[in-house]
Design a protein around this ligand. Structure first.
Ligand code: LLP
Length: 424
C-alpha cells in the first residue's frame, strides 16, 4: 500500500513518527482515538504562505473554523497571524487563546444581533456584511453602542471553484455574500450610513480548491469592482480573498503559495490597499492525524471490514462529503494488502472512514493513522451515541503536550438535569 510521508509525519524503522515522537507512544499515553498535531507543520506552512506574498502589503488571518484548538490558534497568533472567526463562540475561543480582537475578522452568513454587538464591543478589525440588511443592522447596533463599525462586504463573484458542491461558496446559486451586480449600489448605500466605516471588499469562493484559475478569475472581477468603488469615493483599505487553498488528501496536486502569488501579486499591485487572506485547511490539515485502534476485523462474502475505535463522530468528513482520508498502519509489517471498508462503532452505515480501501492486513489491537485530519476534524466532532470527543495532543520536536483531554461522561452531562416535577 501507499504510505504518506511528510517532513512532520515519517516512518523510521517501519514505525510512524510525528516529528520526534512515535505514534505508538501517543496512543499508549493518551489512549485512542486521539488527534495528534505537529507544531512544526503549522509553523512551516504559515511562514511559507506569508513569505510567498512578502512583496505586497498583506496579512494572513488563520481561519479558526478549521481547527479551533486554543493552542493551535495561539501558535498562529504568536507567528503574527490574525484570526478569522465565524461566530461568537470562535471569538470567545480566540480571546481565550490570548488574541486581541483588533487582530480578528468576524465572518459568517447569518450573524445574530447578539454576535454583531459582541463583535462591535470587542472592536474586531473588520465585521463582514453579507447583505444590505445586515449592514443596516450593524449600523443600528453600532449607533446604539456609540461606535463606528468597520465593515467589509462579502461579494459573491459567481465563479466555479471546481470543488465539492457542499464546500463551493462563490457561485450565484450559493447563499453567501452580495451579488456582484448589486455591489456598487450596496456599497454606496452602506457608505452613506452614519455608523459604518465601509473599509473592505471580501470574497471566499470555496474550499479545497486545487486550481489557481478560479482565484484569478474571481480576483480580477473583484479588482475591477475595487477600482470602481474607490474611484467613486469609497475609501477601501482592505481586499480580502478568503481562504480555500486545497491540499493533498489522495493524489491531488494543489498549487503552492508561491505559485498562487505569482498569478495574483500583479493584480494586487494595481490596488492601493492591504490584501488579506483567510487560509484554514492549507495551514493545518496535513499537520494532523487521528490515531485509532483496530477493534475487530471480519469479512462476509462481499467485503472485508476493519472496525476501528474512531467513528464519524470523531472525523465526519468521509461520511458527509465522501471525503478521502488516507489511512495507514502506524507500524508496517510484511503482510499482504487487502481491500476493506474501515468503519467505526456508531450505529449507522454512513459511519465509515474509508470504503473499498487498499490497506495492509491489520490485526485487532494495532494502530491506524488517519491522515490529513488537522483541519475540519475535531471541530466537526459530535457526541452522537454519547461518545466522548477525543483528546488533542500537540508535538513540538521531542515533546508531546496534551492540549485537551478526552471528554468524560460528566462532561457530556454538564448542562443536563433531571427535572423532578416532570416525573411526579
Ligand atoms: N474564510 C471563510 C469565510 C470561510 O467560510 C472558510 C471556510 C475559510 C475562510 C477557510 O477555508 P479553508 O482555507 O479552510 O478551505 N467542513 C468543510 C470545509 C468548510 C469550509 C467552510 N469555510 C470540509 O471539511 O471540507
Amino acid at each position: 500500500m501507499r504510505l504518506f510521508n511528510s517532513d512532520c509525519f515519517t516512518y523510521r524503522n517501519n514505525e510512524l513518527y510525528c516529528e520526534e515522537i512515535p505514534a505508538a507512544l501517543i496512543a499508549e499515553n493518551y489512549g485512542t482515538p486521539v488527534y495528534v498535531y505537529s507544531k512544526k507543520f503549522f509553523t512551516d506552512r504559515y511562514k511559507e504562505f506569508t513569505e510567498a506574498f512578502s512583496e505586497i502589503n498583506h496579512r494572513v488571518f488563520f481561519a479558526s473554523k478549521s481547527n479551533f484548538n486554543l493552542n493551535v490558534i495561539k501558535i498562529f497568533a504568536d507567528l503574527g497571524a490574525g484570526i478569522d472567526v465565524n461566530s461568537a463562540g470562535e471569538l470567545y475561543r480566540a480571546k481565550k487563546a490570548g488574541v486581541n480582537p483588533k487582530d480578528m475578522l468576524f465572518s459568517g452568513v447569518g450573524k445574530t444581533a447578539e454576535e454583531i454587538k459582541e463583535a462591535i464591543e470587542n472592536n474586531v478589525l473588520i465585521l463582514k456584511a453579507e447583505s444590505l440588511g445586515e449592514a443596516h443592522l450593524i449600523n443600528k447596533l453600532a449607533g446604539d453602542l456609540g461606535k463606528i463599525a468597520p465593515i467589509a462586504f462579502r461579494v459573491n463573484p459567481d465563479v466555479n471553484p471546481e470543488t465539492h458542491p457542499y464546500i463551493s461558496t462563490g457561485l450565484a446559486e450559493n447563499k453567501f455574500g452580495i451579488s456582484s451586480d448589486d455591489t456598487i449600489a450596496i456599497f454606496k448605500e452602506a457608505d452613506a450610513l452614519p455608523n459604518l466605516d465601509v473599509c473592505g471588499i471580501d470574497m471566499h469562493i470555496g474550499s479545497q480548491i486545487t486550481k489557481i484559475s478560479p482565484y484569478v478569475e474571481a480576483v480580477q472581477k473583484m479588482a475591477e469592482l475595487f477600482l470602481k468603488l474607490t474611484s467613486d469615493g469609497i475609501e477601501l483599505k482592505h481586499f480580502d480573498i478568503g481562504g480555500g487553498m486545497g491540499i493533498t488528501y489522495d493524489n491531488e496536486t494543489p498549487f503552492t503559495p508561491k505559485e498562487l502569488a505569482k498569478e495574483l501579486v500583479p493584480i494586487f499591485k494595481t490596488l492601493d490597499c492591504e490584501i488579506l487572506f483567510e487560509p484554514g485547511r492549507s495551514l493545518t490539515a496535513n499537520g494532523g492525524v487521528l490515531l485509532s485502534e483496530v477493534l475487530y476485523t471480519k469479512k462476509n462474502n462481499q467485503k472485508n471490514f476493519i472496525v476501528a475505535d474512531a467513528a464519524m463522530t470523531d472525523l465526519l468528513r468521509p461520511s458527509i462529503y465522501g471525503a478521502y482520508h488516507h489511512i495507514q498502519p502506524a507500524k508496517i509489517y510484511d503482510r499482504n494488502d487487502i481491500t476493506a471498508d474501515i468503519v467505526g462503532p456508531v450505529c449507522e452505515s454512513g459511519d465509515f472512514l474509508a470504503k473499498d480501501r487498499e490497506i495492509t492486513i491489520s490485526e485487532p489491537g494495532e494502530l491506524l493513522s488517519i491522515m490529513s485530519a488537522g483541519a475540519y476534524g475535531q471541530v466537526m466532532a459530535s457526541n452522537y451515541n454519547a461518545r466522548r470527543r477525543p483528546p488533542e495532543i500537540i508535538i513540538d520536536g521531542d515533546k508531546h503536550y496534551s492540549t485537551r483531554s478526552r471528554e468524560t461522561f460528566e462532561h457530556l452531562l454538564f448542562d443536563e438535569v433531571i427535572v423532578d416535577d416532570l416525573h411526579r
